[in-house]
Design a protein around this ligand. Structure first.
Ligand SMILES: Cc1ncc(COP(=O)(O)O)c(C=O)c1O
Length: 455
Protein backbone atom coordinates (compact mmCIF):
# COMPACT_ATOMS: atom_id res chain seq x y z
CA UNK A 1 0.00 0.00 0.00
CA UNK A 2 2.72 2.48 0.86
CA UNK A 3 4.06 4.28 -2.18
CA UNK A 4 7.79 3.75 -2.25
CA UNK A 5 9.62 6.44 -0.31
CA UNK A 6 6.82 8.00 1.64
CA UNK A 7 4.54 6.30 4.06
CA UNK A 8 1.38 6.94 2.09
CA UNK A 9 -1.44 5.35 0.18
CA UNK A 10 -0.82 5.11 -3.52
CA UNK A 11 -4.08 6.91 -4.25
CA UNK A 12 -7.33 7.78 -2.52
CA UNK A 13 -8.68 4.39 -3.62
CA UNK A 14 -6.27 2.63 -1.29
CA UNK A 15 -7.70 4.65 1.60
CA UNK A 16 -11.07 2.90 1.17
CA UNK A 17 -11.88 0.42 3.92
CA UNK A 18 -9.85 -0.42 7.00
CA UNK A 19 -12.17 1.71 9.13
CA UNK A 20 -11.90 1.56 12.92
CA UNK A 21 -14.30 0.01 15.39
CA UNK A 22 -15.32 2.51 18.06
CA UNK A 23 -16.91 1.49 21.32
CA UNK A 24 -20.00 3.34 22.50
CA UNK A 25 -18.22 3.92 25.79
CA UNK A 26 -20.90 6.05 27.38
CA UNK A 27 -24.18 4.79 25.95
CA UNK A 28 -23.66 1.04 25.55
CA UNK A 29 -20.16 -0.33 26.18
CA UNK A 30 -20.99 -3.69 24.62
CA UNK A 31 -21.70 -1.99 21.30
CA UNK A 32 -18.96 -1.15 18.80
CA UNK A 33 -19.64 0.98 15.73
CA UNK A 34 -17.86 0.22 12.46
CA UNK A 35 -16.97 3.78 11.50
CA UNK A 36 -17.73 3.74 7.78
CA UNK A 37 -18.10 7.51 7.68
CA UNK A 38 -14.29 7.59 7.81
CA UNK A 39 -14.01 6.28 4.26
CA UNK A 40 -12.65 8.94 1.87
CA UNK A 41 -16.06 9.51 0.25
CA UNK A 42 -17.63 9.65 3.69
CA UNK A 43 -19.63 6.44 3.54
CA UNK A 44 -19.73 2.67 3.45
CA UNK A 45 -20.60 2.88 -0.24
CA UNK A 46 -17.02 3.63 -1.27
CA UNK A 47 -16.37 -0.08 -0.87
CA UNK A 48 -19.18 -1.19 -3.18
CA UNK A 49 -18.42 1.57 -5.72
CA UNK A 50 -14.78 0.53 -6.05
CA UNK A 51 -15.63 -3.18 -6.25
CA UNK A 52 -18.32 -2.64 -8.91
CA UNK A 53 -16.04 -0.54 -11.11
CA UNK A 54 -13.14 -3.00 -10.84
CA UNK A 55 -15.47 -5.88 -11.76
CA UNK A 56 -16.84 -3.93 -14.75
CA UNK A 57 -13.31 -3.15 -15.93
CA UNK A 58 -12.42 -6.85 -15.70
CA UNK A 59 -15.53 -7.94 -17.60
CA UNK A 60 -15.08 -5.24 -20.24
CA UNK A 61 -18.49 -3.71 -19.46
CA UNK A 62 -16.80 -0.38 -18.66
CA UNK A 63 -14.34 0.70 -21.37
CA UNK A 64 -11.50 3.16 -20.64
CA UNK A 65 -12.79 6.73 -20.44
CA UNK A 66 -16.39 5.48 -20.46
CA UNK A 67 -19.49 6.83 -18.77
CA UNK A 68 -20.72 5.46 -15.44
CA UNK A 69 -24.44 5.89 -14.67
CA UNK A 70 -26.09 5.05 -11.35
CA UNK A 71 -29.34 5.52 -9.50
CA UNK A 72 -28.51 6.14 -5.84
CA UNK A 73 -29.59 7.97 -2.73
CA UNK A 74 -26.25 9.75 -3.03
CA UNK A 75 -23.49 7.88 -1.27
CA UNK A 76 -22.90 5.28 -3.96
CA UNK A 77 -22.67 8.20 -6.38
CA UNK A 78 -20.04 9.84 -4.19
CA UNK A 79 -18.05 6.59 -4.05
CA UNK A 80 -18.32 6.24 -7.82
CA UNK A 81 -17.25 9.88 -8.25
CA UNK A 82 -14.02 9.17 -6.37
CA UNK A 83 -13.31 6.07 -8.42
CA UNK A 84 -14.26 7.90 -11.64
CA UNK A 85 -11.90 10.78 -10.86
CA UNK A 86 -9.05 8.44 -10.12
CA UNK A 87 -9.55 6.09 -13.06
CA UNK A 88 -10.71 8.54 -15.72
CA UNK A 89 -14.44 8.00 -16.16
CA UNK A 90 -17.35 10.38 -16.52
CA UNK A 91 -20.28 10.00 -14.12
CA UNK A 92 -24.01 10.67 -14.20
CA UNK A 93 -25.91 10.13 -10.97
CA UNK A 94 -29.70 9.93 -10.67
CA UNK A 95 -30.99 10.72 -7.17
CA UNK A 96 -34.50 10.75 -5.66
CA UNK A 97 -35.73 14.17 -4.55
CA UNK A 98 -35.58 13.09 -0.88
CA UNK A 99 -31.76 13.12 -1.10
CA UNK A 100 -30.21 15.80 1.11
CA UNK A 101 -28.99 19.00 -0.53
CA UNK A 102 -25.57 18.36 0.99
CA UNK A 103 -25.17 15.07 -0.88
CA UNK A 104 -26.14 16.50 -4.26
CA UNK A 105 -23.76 19.44 -3.66
CA UNK A 106 -20.95 16.99 -2.87
CA UNK A 107 -21.64 15.04 -6.05
CA UNK A 108 -21.45 18.21 -8.12
CA UNK A 109 -18.24 19.20 -6.36
CA UNK A 110 -16.67 15.97 -7.61
CA UNK A 111 -17.77 16.92 -11.13
CA UNK A 112 -20.62 14.44 -11.46
CA UNK A 113 -23.75 15.25 -13.43
CA UNK A 114 -26.70 15.03 -11.02
CA UNK A 115 -30.22 14.26 -12.24
CA UNK A 116 -32.95 14.67 -9.59
CA UNK A 117 -36.13 12.65 -10.03
CA UNK A 118 -39.26 12.16 -7.89
CA UNK A 119 -38.82 9.51 -5.19
CA UNK A 120 -42.47 8.75 -4.49
CA UNK A 121 -43.39 6.95 -7.72
CA UNK A 122 -44.07 3.34 -8.69
CA UNK A 123 -41.14 1.18 -9.69
CA UNK A 124 -42.47 0.86 -13.24
CA UNK A 125 -42.91 4.63 -13.63
CA UNK A 126 -40.53 6.03 -16.27
CA UNK A 127 -39.63 8.75 -13.72
CA UNK A 128 -38.47 6.19 -11.12
CA UNK A 129 -34.78 6.57 -10.15
CA UNK A 130 -33.79 3.18 -11.51
CA UNK A 131 -35.77 3.62 -14.74
CA UNK A 132 -34.20 7.02 -15.39
CA UNK A 133 -30.72 5.64 -14.71
CA UNK A 134 -31.36 2.67 -17.01
CA UNK A 135 -32.66 4.90 -19.79
CA UNK A 136 -29.77 7.37 -19.53
CA UNK A 137 -27.22 4.55 -19.59
CA UNK A 138 -28.84 3.07 -22.71
CA UNK A 139 -29.21 6.41 -24.51
CA UNK A 140 -25.65 7.51 -23.81
CA UNK A 141 -23.90 4.18 -24.16
CA UNK A 142 -22.90 4.23 -20.50
CA UNK A 143 -22.35 1.43 -18.01
CA UNK A 144 -25.08 1.14 -15.35
CA UNK A 145 -23.44 0.26 -12.04
CA UNK A 146 -26.78 -1.08 -10.71
CA UNK A 147 -25.83 -1.56 -7.06
CA UNK A 148 -29.25 -3.12 -6.36
CA UNK A 149 -28.61 -6.15 -8.53
CA UNK A 150 -24.83 -6.11 -8.95
CA UNK A 151 -23.19 -9.10 -7.19
CA UNK A 152 -19.97 -7.08 -6.77
CA UNK A 153 -21.81 -4.97 -4.15
CA UNK A 154 -22.43 -7.68 -1.51
CA UNK A 155 -19.13 -9.32 -2.54
CA UNK A 156 -17.24 -6.16 -1.51
CA UNK A 157 -18.57 -6.53 2.03
CA UNK A 158 -17.95 -10.26 2.13
CA UNK A 159 -14.35 -9.62 1.14
CA UNK A 160 -13.56 -6.50 3.17
CA UNK A 161 -16.11 -5.32 5.78
CA UNK A 162 -16.80 -8.80 7.19
CA UNK A 163 -13.15 -9.91 7.52
CA UNK A 164 -12.15 -6.56 9.04
CA UNK A 165 -14.80 -6.92 11.74
CA UNK A 166 -13.79 -10.51 12.47
CA UNK A 167 -10.15 -9.48 12.86
CA UNK A 168 -10.94 -6.37 14.87
CA UNK A 169 -13.10 -8.28 17.36
CA UNK A 170 -10.62 -11.19 17.39
CA UNK A 171 -13.50 -13.45 16.52
CA UNK A 172 -15.48 -12.38 19.58
CA UNK A 173 -18.34 -10.71 17.71
CA UNK A 174 -21.71 -12.23 18.66
CA UNK A 175 -24.13 -9.86 16.87
CA UNK A 176 -23.81 -7.97 13.60
CA UNK A 177 -26.26 -5.15 12.87
CA UNK A 178 -26.61 -3.16 9.65
CA UNK A 179 -29.32 -1.15 7.94
CA UNK A 180 -30.77 -2.60 4.75
CA UNK A 181 -30.71 -0.42 1.63
CA UNK A 182 -29.55 -2.43 -1.34
CA UNK A 183 -28.80 -5.10 1.28
CA UNK A 184 -25.17 -5.32 0.16
CA UNK A 185 -23.63 -4.53 3.55
CA UNK A 186 -25.77 -6.79 5.71
CA UNK A 187 -25.79 -9.66 3.20
CA UNK A 188 -22.10 -9.64 2.31
CA UNK A 189 -20.55 -8.94 5.71
CA UNK A 190 -23.27 -10.98 7.42
CA UNK A 191 -22.63 -14.03 5.24
CA UNK A 192 -18.89 -13.87 5.93
CA UNK A 193 -19.36 -13.48 9.68
CA UNK A 194 -21.83 -16.36 9.82
CA UNK A 195 -19.52 -18.65 7.86
CA UNK A 196 -16.34 -17.82 9.74
CA UNK A 197 -18.07 -18.23 13.11
CA UNK A 198 -19.70 -21.54 12.19
CA UNK A 199 -23.13 -19.89 12.31
CA UNK A 200 -22.65 -18.39 15.77
CA UNK A 201 -22.89 -14.68 14.86
CA UNK A 202 -26.47 -13.36 14.82
CA UNK A 203 -27.10 -11.12 11.84
CA UNK A 204 -29.78 -8.49 12.40
CA UNK A 205 -31.13 -6.08 9.79
CA UNK A 206 -32.26 -2.60 10.79
CA UNK A 207 -35.17 -1.23 8.80
CA UNK A 208 -37.29 1.91 8.94
CA UNK A 209 -40.84 1.33 10.19
CA UNK A 210 -43.24 1.24 7.17
CA UNK A 211 -40.53 -0.21 4.89
CA UNK A 212 -41.61 -3.49 3.31
CA UNK A 213 -38.41 -5.32 4.39
CA UNK A 214 -39.77 -5.50 7.94
CA UNK A 215 -43.35 -6.12 6.87
CA UNK A 216 -44.53 -2.50 6.56
CA UNK A 217 -46.97 -1.13 3.98
CA UNK A 218 -44.16 0.54 2.03
CA UNK A 219 -45.39 4.08 2.78
CA UNK A 220 -42.81 6.87 3.10
CA UNK A 221 -40.41 7.28 5.99
CA UNK A 222 -37.84 10.00 6.54
CA UNK A 223 -34.58 8.14 7.09
CA UNK A 224 -32.54 8.28 3.89
CA UNK A 225 -30.82 5.40 2.12
CA UNK A 226 -32.31 2.37 3.82
CA UNK A 227 -35.56 0.44 3.71
CA UNK A 228 -37.80 -0.28 0.76
CA UNK A 229 -40.54 2.14 -0.24
CA UNK A 230 -43.47 0.79 -2.22
CA UNK A 231 -45.77 3.10 -4.13
CA UNK A 232 -49.35 1.71 -4.14
CA UNK A 233 -49.34 1.63 -7.96
CA UNK A 234 -46.32 -0.66 -8.03
CA UNK A 235 -47.29 -3.77 -10.01
CA UNK A 236 -44.41 -6.06 -9.14
CA UNK A 237 -42.36 -5.24 -6.08
CA UNK A 238 -38.96 -6.78 -6.78
CA UNK A 239 -36.43 -6.71 -3.98
CA UNK A 240 -32.76 -6.07 -4.78
CA UNK A 241 -30.69 -9.12 -5.65
CA UNK A 242 -27.97 -7.62 -3.43
CA UNK A 243 -30.22 -8.40 -0.43
CA UNK A 244 -29.95 -12.01 0.71
CA UNK A 245 -32.71 -12.36 3.26
CA UNK A 246 -31.61 -15.90 4.20
CA UNK A 247 -28.39 -14.51 5.75
CA UNK A 248 -30.35 -12.53 8.37
CA UNK A 249 -31.66 -13.98 11.61
CA UNK A 250 -34.10 -11.14 11.99
CA UNK A 251 -35.11 -7.71 10.79
CA UNK A 252 -36.10 -5.03 13.31
CA UNK A 253 -38.26 -2.05 12.44
CA UNK A 254 -37.39 1.34 13.91
CA UNK A 255 -39.60 4.43 13.70
CA UNK A 256 -38.24 7.68 12.25
CA UNK A 257 -38.48 9.30 15.67
CA UNK A 258 -36.26 6.70 17.35
CA UNK A 259 -33.77 6.77 14.44
CA UNK A 260 -33.45 10.55 14.39
CA UNK A 261 -33.32 10.96 18.16
CA UNK A 262 -30.74 8.17 18.44
CA UNK A 263 -28.54 9.88 15.85
CA UNK A 264 -28.86 13.20 17.67
CA UNK A 265 -28.05 11.51 20.97
CA UNK A 266 -24.90 9.91 19.53
CA UNK A 267 -23.61 13.35 18.54
CA UNK A 268 -24.15 14.80 21.98
CA UNK A 269 -23.26 11.85 24.19
CA UNK A 270 -20.60 10.02 22.19
CA UNK A 271 -19.22 12.76 19.95
CA UNK A 272 -20.26 10.77 16.87
CA UNK A 273 -22.05 12.87 14.25
CA UNK A 274 -23.81 10.31 12.05
CA UNK A 275 -26.56 9.95 9.48
CA UNK A 276 -30.07 8.83 10.37
CA UNK A 277 -29.53 5.33 8.95
CA UNK A 278 -26.80 4.99 11.57
CA UNK A 279 -29.42 6.08 14.10
CA UNK A 280 -31.69 3.25 12.90
CA UNK A 281 -28.93 0.67 13.14
CA UNK A 282 -27.66 1.85 16.52
CA UNK A 283 -31.25 1.86 17.85
CA UNK A 284 -31.41 -1.85 17.01
CA UNK A 285 -27.99 -2.44 18.57
CA UNK A 286 -29.20 -0.72 21.76
CA UNK A 287 -32.20 -3.08 21.87
CA UNK A 288 -29.82 -6.03 21.58
CA UNK A 289 -27.52 -4.54 24.21
CA UNK A 290 -30.43 -4.30 26.65
CA UNK A 291 -30.74 -8.12 26.55
CA UNK A 292 -27.03 -8.87 26.11
CA UNK A 293 -25.01 -11.28 28.19
CA UNK A 294 -21.56 -10.45 29.63
CA UNK A 295 -19.69 -11.96 26.68
CA UNK A 296 -21.75 -10.37 23.95
CA UNK A 297 -19.96 -8.16 21.44
CA UNK A 298 -22.35 -6.23 19.23
CA UNK A 299 -20.99 -4.61 16.07
CA UNK A 300 -23.11 -2.11 14.16
CA UNK A 301 -22.28 -0.47 10.85
CA UNK A 302 -22.63 3.31 10.92
CA UNK A 303 -22.73 4.12 7.20
CA UNK A 304 -22.16 7.86 6.95
CA UNK A 305 -21.67 11.17 8.70
CA UNK A 306 -24.22 13.64 9.99
CA UNK A 307 -22.44 16.35 7.99
CA UNK A 308 -24.54 15.26 5.02
CA UNK A 309 -27.74 15.98 6.95
CA UNK A 310 -27.19 19.29 8.71
CA UNK A 311 -30.22 20.63 6.81
CA UNK A 312 -32.41 17.75 7.98
CA UNK A 313 -31.98 15.60 11.07
CA UNK A 314 -29.73 18.14 12.79
CA UNK A 315 -31.79 21.19 11.88
CA UNK A 316 -34.18 21.87 14.77
CA UNK A 317 -36.64 23.70 12.48
CA UNK A 318 -36.83 20.75 10.08
CA UNK A 319 -37.26 18.27 12.90
CA UNK A 320 -39.93 20.34 14.67
CA UNK A 321 -41.84 21.14 11.50
CA UNK A 322 -42.33 17.44 10.86
CA UNK A 323 -43.64 16.86 14.35
CA UNK A 324 -40.66 15.22 16.06
CA UNK A 325 -40.07 16.12 19.67
CA UNK A 326 -36.94 18.17 20.36
CA UNK A 327 -36.22 20.55 23.18
CA UNK A 328 -36.52 24.21 22.27
CA UNK A 329 -36.43 27.49 24.04
CA UNK A 330 -39.24 29.98 23.69
CA UNK A 331 -42.98 30.29 24.07
CA UNK A 332 -45.71 27.66 24.23
CA UNK A 333 -45.82 24.92 21.62
CA UNK A 334 -48.79 23.92 19.47
CA UNK A 335 -49.54 20.96 21.71
CA UNK A 336 -49.21 23.13 24.86
CA UNK A 337 -51.92 25.38 23.41
CA UNK A 338 -54.35 22.90 21.90
CA UNK A 339 -53.79 19.75 24.00
CA UNK A 340 -54.08 16.31 22.44
CA UNK A 341 -55.30 16.17 18.85
CA UNK A 342 -58.53 14.30 18.11
CA UNK A 343 -57.95 10.87 16.52
CA UNK A 344 -56.19 11.17 13.19
CA UNK A 345 -58.46 11.27 10.14
CA UNK A 346 -57.44 8.34 7.91
CA UNK A 347 -56.34 9.23 4.41
CA UNK A 348 -58.63 8.88 1.41
CA UNK A 349 -57.24 7.41 -1.79
CA UNK A 350 -57.33 9.94 -4.61
CA UNK A 351 -59.19 7.38 -6.73
CA UNK A 352 -62.15 7.07 -4.29
CA UNK A 353 -65.69 7.97 -5.31
CA UNK A 354 -67.84 10.44 -3.39
CA UNK A 355 -69.88 7.54 -2.03
CA UNK A 356 -66.76 5.72 -0.83
CA UNK A 357 -65.32 8.86 0.72
CA UNK A 358 -68.43 9.41 2.82
CA UNK A 359 -69.05 5.75 3.63
CA UNK A 360 -66.68 5.40 6.59
CA UNK A 361 -68.57 8.09 8.50
CA UNK A 362 -65.37 9.47 10.08
CA UNK A 363 -66.26 12.63 12.03
CA UNK A 364 -63.35 14.75 10.72
CA UNK A 365 -64.51 17.55 8.42
CA UNK A 366 -61.26 17.81 6.50
CA UNK A 367 -59.65 14.64 5.20
CA UNK A 368 -56.15 14.26 3.73
CA UNK A 369 -56.17 12.78 0.24
CA UNK A 370 -53.29 10.57 -0.88
CA UNK A 371 -52.67 7.20 -2.39
CA UNK A 372 -53.30 5.09 0.71
CA UNK A 373 -56.46 4.51 2.74
CA UNK A 374 -54.82 2.92 5.76
CA UNK A 375 -53.42 4.65 8.84
CA UNK A 376 -52.37 8.26 9.34
CA UNK A 377 -50.83 9.29 6.02
CA UNK A 378 -47.25 10.40 5.68
CA UNK A 379 -47.24 14.10 4.82
CA UNK A 380 -45.04 13.21 1.84
CA UNK A 381 -47.97 11.38 0.25
CA UNK A 382 -50.74 13.89 0.89
CA UNK A 383 -51.78 15.40 -2.42
CA UNK A 384 -54.95 17.25 -1.46
CA UNK A 385 -57.75 18.01 0.99
CA UNK A 386 -61.37 16.91 0.89
CA UNK A 387 -63.94 18.95 2.81
CA UNK A 388 -66.29 16.13 3.72
CA UNK A 389 -68.91 18.35 5.35
CA UNK A 390 -69.22 20.44 2.21
CA UNK A 391 -69.35 17.31 0.07
CA UNK A 392 -72.25 15.97 2.18
CA UNK A 393 -74.17 19.19 1.59
CA UNK A 394 -73.51 18.97 -2.14
CA UNK A 395 -74.71 15.38 -2.16
CA UNK A 396 -77.92 16.34 -0.37
CA UNK A 397 -78.46 19.22 -2.78
CA UNK A 398 -77.96 16.85 -5.72
CA UNK A 399 -74.89 18.75 -6.93
CA UNK A 400 -72.61 15.78 -6.26
CA UNK A 401 -73.48 12.15 -7.00
CA UNK A 402 -72.19 9.07 -5.10
CA UNK A 403 -70.47 7.65 -8.18
CA UNK A 404 -68.53 10.88 -8.92
CA UNK A 405 -64.76 10.58 -8.42
CA UNK A 406 -63.65 12.75 -5.49
CA UNK A 407 -60.95 14.26 -7.71
CA UNK A 408 -63.36 17.02 -8.80
CA UNK A 409 -63.89 18.11 -5.16
CA UNK A 410 -60.32 17.88 -3.86
CA UNK A 411 -58.48 21.11 -3.07
CA UNK A 412 -54.80 21.77 -2.34
CA UNK A 413 -53.25 20.12 0.74
CA UNK A 414 -53.46 22.18 3.92
CA UNK A 415 -50.24 23.62 5.30
CA UNK A 416 -48.58 21.27 7.77
CA UNK A 417 -47.35 22.16 11.24
CA UNK A 418 -45.49 20.06 13.77
CA UNK A 419 -47.24 19.76 17.08
CA UNK A 420 -44.02 20.61 18.93
CA UNK A 421 -43.46 23.86 17.05
CA UNK A 422 -43.91 27.14 18.86
CA UNK A 423 -47.35 28.70 18.51
CA UNK A 424 -45.74 31.70 16.79
CA UNK A 425 -43.99 29.55 14.17
CA UNK A 426 -47.19 27.60 13.54
CA UNK A 427 -49.30 30.74 13.11
CA UNK A 428 -46.73 32.15 10.70
CA UNK A 429 -46.92 28.99 8.60
CA UNK A 430 -50.71 29.05 8.64
CA UNK A 431 -50.73 32.50 7.09
CA UNK A 432 -54.18 33.14 5.69
CA UNK A 433 -55.26 29.48 5.93
CA UNK A 434 -57.91 28.63 8.49
CA UNK A 435 -56.66 25.08 9.15
CA UNK A 436 -53.53 22.94 8.96
CA UNK A 437 -52.56 19.32 9.29
CA UNK A 438 -50.99 18.68 12.67
CA UNK A 439 -47.99 16.41 12.21
CA UNK A 440 -46.59 13.84 14.62
CA UNK A 441 -43.49 12.00 13.40
CA UNK A 442 -44.00 13.16 9.81
CA UNK A 443 -47.59 11.86 9.62
CA UNK A 444 -50.92 13.66 9.64
CA UNK A 445 -52.19 13.24 13.18
CA UNK A 446 -55.19 15.56 13.03
CA UNK A 447 -56.50 18.92 11.91
CA UNK A 448 -55.61 22.13 13.72
CA UNK A 449 -57.83 25.18 13.28
CA UNK A 450 -56.45 28.67 13.46
CA UNK A 451 -58.88 29.62 16.22
CA UNK A 452 -57.41 26.91 18.47
CA UNK A 453 -53.96 28.50 18.19
CA UNK A 454 -55.19 32.04 18.73
CA UNK A 455 -57.19 31.29 21.86
C1 LIG B 1 -26.33 6.33 4.54
C2 LIG B 1 -26.53 4.92 4.11
N1 LIG B 1 -26.97 4.04 5.00
C3 LIG B 1 -27.19 2.76 4.68
C4 LIG B 1 -27.06 2.31 3.40
C5 LIG B 1 -27.42 0.90 3.08
O1 LIG B 1 -26.38 0.10 2.69
P1 LIG B 1 -26.65 -1.10 1.71
O2 LIG B 1 -27.04 -0.52 0.38
O3 LIG B 1 -25.33 -1.83 1.63
O4 LIG B 1 -27.73 -1.96 2.25
C6 LIG B 1 -26.64 3.21 2.44
C7 LIG B 1 -26.55 2.81 1.04
O5 LIG B 1 -26.60 3.63 0.15
C8 LIG B 1 -26.37 4.54 2.80
O6 LIG B 1 -25.98 5.45 1.88
Amino acid sequence: MASGEVDAFDSVLDAIGGTPLIRLARIAPRVYVKAEFLNPGGSVKDRAALAMVLAAERSGALPPGGLIVEGTSGNTGIGLAIVAAQRGYRLTVVVPDKTSAEKTAILRAYGAEVVVTPGAVAREDPAHVRQVARRLAAERGGWLADQYDNPANPAAHRETTGPEIWRQTRGRITHFVAGIGTGGTVSGAGAYLKEVSGGRVRVVGADPEHSVYSGGDGSPYLVESIGHYRHPDTAEDLWPQSYHRDVLDRVEAVGDRESILTARRLAREEGLLLGASAGTAVAVALRLAAEAGPDDVIVVVVPDSGRSYLSKYYDDDWVLRLGFPVEQAGGPTVSDVIGPLPPAPPGLPATASVGEALADGHPATLRPVGPRASGPPSVAEVTGTLDVAELRLMLTAGVARPADPIAGYVTDPLPAIGIGESREAALARLGTHEAAWGLVDGRVAGTIHKGQLES
